[in-house]
Design a protein around this ligand. Structure first.
Ligand SMILES: Cc1ncc(COP(=O)(O)O)c(C=O)c1O
Ligand SMILES: N[C@@H](CCCC[NH3+])C(=O)O
Length: 416
């Protein structure tokens, strides 16, 4: 385990979380290097070359995290020019990058072409035409995979479902053939593959395999039309247990996917896992400011809020919250809430936690979509991030200072 109790104190690998909090302050994100390595290796073990794994940068884009993955030979799934710049700054290679996203700008396309990425996951007919124009201006041919929306219910929270026809993502299945034929005919587009991504935090292989069947059928049809398809990218979405849910059987999913793809033949498979690589590799440490008895329940007011970890407010997501110094489970029920001026600012509702002013709590499974979705709402500096490897700990992102928060702002000079 990467985060566990020793003599009643919670550790990240060999580092005491209480010491890290004293040294670096709270709120503090702490990542386990070992956990990231193991998560990646588990996927890679089920995914023999030439299949490709592209880590979804949006889940956790800290340069240290990207660098660990780049050193393992990871590819990267990006959704902006900014994420491409991060990957390159962290030592990743452009030729291992796939570029998803529904509204890529011309400037982002040009930048990605100049860097020589592996392919663009094109999400609409209009994007295809724009990419062809941009590639023409660069005297290049843009490598393309068409993101198809298979209209499969991923059985996840509606805000993180992306593969239904009512969602904005991808090209509708009914239009895919026409767009693929158009792509094949454009002189500055090089058709390479198809992709889909049906949503996030999916815990059963069934929706993935339903989507794969539809994609494989489409590939056979397109090959019959003479469209060259050499890869199928099934996106990310592999979920993790947050609250005692049964784990996704990744091995069963990946083996079955490879079996079904082998029937079609000559297909490199790709995946874009984000959460499954970093989710359980991070915790958010927070300190209790006050314990406030209420009428029906008590409140623990802590120093981390929805601006630090947005998932509970946005998706009513559950994260385990445990004391850093082990103690008797409380009988009283508390809401763990932050300092932000919003009723939706909570980290956990109705928890059995006994804690008082000054006590430290760890919000578990916060390595994915934690820091990357954080904001400065209420003029709150974003948390520092620390990575732990064995007994070593290093700040991998400094806590923001107040003056950094208004950098670039100016008081208006009024005309006379
Ligand atoms: C296109 C694409 N690929 C990959 C991912 C990563 O998803 P997850 O973190 O659920 O694996 C996402 C986010 O949902 C995405 O939009
Ligand atoms: N941000 C989401 C996942 C969606 C990822 C983007 N497609 C989460 O925190 O669970």
């Amino acid at each position: 385990m990467s985060f566990d109790y020793r003599d009643g104190a919670l550790y990240a690998e060999q580092c005491s979380l209480s010491e890290l909090a004293s040294q670096y302050g709270t709120p503090l994100y702490v990542y386990s290097h070992q956990r990231i390595l193991e998560n990646w290796r588990q996927f890679a073990a089920h995914w023999p070359a030439p299949h490709k794994l592209c880590y979804a940068v949006k889940a956790n884009s800290n340069l240290a995290v990207l660098n660990v993955l780049a050193q393992l030979g990871a590819g990267f799934d990006i959704v902006s020019g900014g994420e491409l710049a991060r990957v390159l700054a962290a030592g990743g290679k452009a030729q291992d990058v796939v570029f998803s996203g529904v509204a890529k700008s011309r400037a982002e396309m040009a930048y990605a072409l100049e860097q020589g990425i592996y392919c663009f996951n094109v999400e609409s007919a209009a994007e295809l035409e724009r990419l062809n124009e941009v590639a023409k201006a660069h005297g290049a041919a843009a490598p393309v995979s068409l993101r198809v929306n298979p209209d499969v219910d991923a059985q996840t929270h509606p805000y993180i479902s992306t593969g239904l026809k009512s969602n904005k993502f991808g090209i509708a299945m009914a239009q895919a053939r026409e767009v693929a034929l158009r792509a094949q005919s454009l002189s500055h587009i090089k058709m390479q593959g198809l992709d889909c991504h049906i949503g996030s935090q999916i815990l059963s292989p069934a929706p993935f395999l339903d989507a794969a069947d539809l994609m494989l059928q489409l590939i056979e049809q397109l090959r019959g039309d003479g469209v060259a398809i050499s890869h199928l990218d099934m996106g990310g979405g592999m979920g993790i247990p947050y609250q005692h849910e049964s784990e996704l059987d990744v091995s069963a999913y990946l083996l079955e996917l490879q079996k079904r793809a082998a029937r079609v033949g000559n297909l490199t498979l790709m995946l874009e896992p984000g959460r499954a690589i970093v989710g359980n590799a991070g915790v958010l440490l927070t300190r209790v400011e006050y314990h406030k008895p209420g009428v029906d329940k008590d409140f623990l007011l802590v120093d981390a809020g929805m601006n630090d970890l947005m998932r509970p407010a946005l998706y009513q997501a559950y994260h385990d919250i445990i004391p850093v110094q082990q103690c008797e489970a409380g009988t009283s029920i508390v809401d763990v809430v932050g300092p932000v001026c919003e009723t939706g600012d909570f980290l956990g509702h109705a928890r059995h936690i006994t804690a008082n002013e000054g006590d430290l709590l760890a919000v578990m499974n916060a390595g994915a979509y934690g820091f990357t979705m954080s904001s400065n709402y209420n003029t709150r500096p974003r948390a520092a991030e620390v990575m732990v490897a064995g007994a070593s700990a290093q700040v991998v992102r400094q806590r923001e200072t107040l003056s950094e928060l208004w950098k670039g702002e100016q008081i208006m000079e009024m005309p006379e």
